[in-house]
Write a protein that binds this ligand. Sequence first.
Ligand SMILES: [Zn+2]
Length: 130
Amino acid sequence: MCFRCKVADYTELYERLKQEQARLMSELQQLKAEEKSVDGQREGSPFGKREESATEVFELEKRLTLEKRLTTALVEVEHALKKYEAGTYGLCDLCGRPIEPARLEALPQASLCLECKARQTKDTRGKSSR
Ligand SMILES: [Zn+2]
């Protein structure tokens, strides 16, 4: 792989990351805007309190899960963008070796090579089963 081609490849991935970042940010914003409008509706709600709170809890949980997922994804994308700016994009955070190009193609925000990722997943599983 020549240096020139490598840079071109990463530029395309960088663009994809930028787009992903914008998409995640607007989804989070939308989520927060919806939260506000739900609050507004609640004040003047004519429905019974018990029924309403069951739905609310469910909706709130759903929203929190989604928000958490979006935030995690955004953090990963921003981390990858920072690495790009620092010139370390495409290198594994743990071992420093280049991440497999196919992996980056499928997941531009990947910060670990397959080997380290597999090890980390194993470690996390081990901890959670304890
Ligand atoms: Zn690694």
